[in-house]
Design a protein around this ligand. Structure first.
Ligand SMILES: Nc1ncnc2c1ncn2[C@@H]1O[C@H](COP(=O)(O)OP(=O)(O)OP(=O)(O)O)[C@@H](O)[C@H]1O
Length: 482
């Protein structure tokens, strides 16, 4: 007689009793009912045991998998229970925090506010926290199970490593050298010559020029040919950041420095540029009280984060730029004279494009080549009349405007050469001046062009424009939009 051993409805074995003699057979038969019950119980016990072993095996595998995952994460992980006993640490933590520092780290971190947040089940993300002169970026997560807080998990990274990553990323543009600055006019070559000499020195540089003339390009090239090239190049546009935020952008702040200051504080651009170059674009827009602070950094070579009086030494080179007339601003009291002198150690003046027409053609060819590579097009050049038009335009937006127009043309052109008909109207107007916005016909033509592009049929386009079909056809003919 036998009974199957079942695990999850599958027969995994059999348990049985076998009679080896006639007498045993009689005995078994006489006690059949009880023995079958006994066998069934035994098989149940065995299947429970096997199930338990299977579950245990699965659990072990799961634990191993979780352990491997946690150990392969690129940040330190510590799990503790509510009595602050360490439940788990991943392997990398020992590279970040010394064994004997761990408890101090946990108890200092879990003070007051943070602990209250955690008790409420809140997560805390990316705060800067320091012990023993070292800073960490920490996130804290409560372990909640059955609606109850069961423990806490910390993940932490060394701020030094993070800063390195940021540095590496800010070096993306390190391919900008003087070779990528195009121009052959005398005035422009003079500016390049000064900039090249400047690269070898470590003095403060002031680049002057209209918007789009290549001030940032010059600054990057100077940095990339200087001894600081392996260190970060950090650019800040003083005009693009609201005045109230500029100070903290530059200097950073400590946690609790002001209402709303992020937990853990924030590193400023001066610190980010450590060892490298800080490019202060639109310096003419820097508010006066920050000019005073900047002057102090230039003189004393240290900064203090907002809300802290710890002095952090900074070893950076400043390259400033502006399109404004700083001489005039100094006279009007809008720019500090002492800072102006300090920045103006080596001035580099980049002339506007309209004052160096010799550069237009070489720049056109260079930019066309760049755009074709970017947009995967094969355009050989411009027709002569296009060169002519470009040479006569006054380029208020300088090289940036030239770049934008060429990119537009490369997008529009399907032939081998960029031709006159595709060139935007504003370049064709008499003195190269912008078409006045009061020119109705100009706008009408553009609107019709756009509608024709947007809608599949002329009927739909006419409807969208609010004109009849016949009128649309007449205008298409009148403006040569066929
Ligand atoms: N001489 C040049 N050769 C090649 N490209 C140039 C040259 N001058 C400017 N450019 C290009 O023109 C664009 C504008 O240059 P950049 O941003 O350096 O100007 P900017 O003077 O700093 O402008 P803004 O003052 O508006 O910030 C960039 O894409 C840059 O690569």
């Amino acid at each position: 007689m036998c009974s199957p051993i079942l695990v999850e409805n599958n027969v995994v074995g059999v348990i049985g009793l076998v009679a080896l003699s006639e007498q045993q057979k009689i005995q078994l038969n006489n006690n059949k009912e009880n023995l079958i019950k006994f066998l069934n119980k035994m098989s149940d016990m065995l299947s429970t045991k096997i199930s338990e072993m299977n579950i245990c095996e699965k659990q072990n595998l799961l634990i191993k998998q979780i352990e491997t995952i946690i150990n392969s994460i690129d940040e330190g992980i510590i799990a503790i229970d509510l009595d602050k006993n360490i439940l788990f640490k991943n392997k990398i933590i020992k590279d970040i925090l010394k064994e004997e520092e761990t408890n101090l780290f946990i108890s200092k971190l879990l003070q007051d506010d943070i602990y209250k947040d955690i008790l409420l089940g809140r997560e805390i993300k990316n705060i800067q926290f320091g012990i023993e002169n070292r800073n960490f970026l920490v996130s804290i997560k409560p372990i909640v199970y059955s609606n109850k807080l069961q423990g806490i998990i910390f993940s932490l990274k060394n701020m030094k490593d993070i800063n390195k990553i940021i540095r590496d990323m800010t070096l993306i543009n390190s391919d900008t050298t003087f070779d990528s600055i195009i121009g052959k006019s005398e005035k422009f070559l003079k500016a390049i010559e000064i900039a090249k000499k400047t690269s070898r020195a470590d003095s403060t540089v002031l680049i002057l020029g209209e918007s789009g003339t290549g001030k940032e390009l010059f600054a990057r090239a100077i940095h990339n040919e200087s001894k600081r090239k392996k260190r970060p190049f950090v650019a800040v546009n003083c005009a693009a950041i609201p005045e109230s935020l500029l100070e903290s952008e530059l200097f950073g702040f400590e946690e609790g420095a002001f209402t709303g200051a992020k937990k853990g504080g924030k590193i400023g651009k001066f610190e980010l540029a450590q060892g490298g170059t800080l490019f202060l674009d639109e310096i003419g827009d820097m508010p006066l009280h920050l000019q005073v602070k900047l002057l102090r950094v230039l003189q004393e070579k240290y900064i203090e984060r907002i809300g802290s009086n710890r002095q952090i030494e900074v070893d950076i080179r400043i390259i400033a730029a502006t399109h404004k007339n700083l001489d005039e601003m100094v006279l009007k009291g809008e720019f500090r004279q002492d800072l102006y002198y300090r920045l103006n150690v080596i001035p580099i003046k980049i002339p506007p494009l309209r004052e160096r027409r010799d550069d237009i053609k070489v720049l056109m060819d260079y930019i066309l080549n760049k755009c074709c590579l970017k947009l995967n097009k094969n355009i050989k050049g411009f027709t002569e009349d296009v060169y002519e038009i470009f040479l006569n335009y006054h380029w208020p937006g300088n090289v940036r405007e030239l770049e934008n127009i060429i990119e537009y043309l490369v997008n529009m052109e399907n032939g081998e050469y960029i031709t006159f008909d595709k060139v935007p109207e504003k370049l064709k107007s008499k003195k190269g001046e912008d078409i006045t916005i009061f020119d109705l016909k100009y706008h009408e033509k553009n609107l019709i062009k756009e509608a024709l592009k947007k809608f599949n049929s002329k009927d739909e386009a006419a409807k969208a424009l609010g004109i009849g079909r016949a009128t649309l056809f007449r205008k298409i003919k009148e403006y040569g939009l066929n």
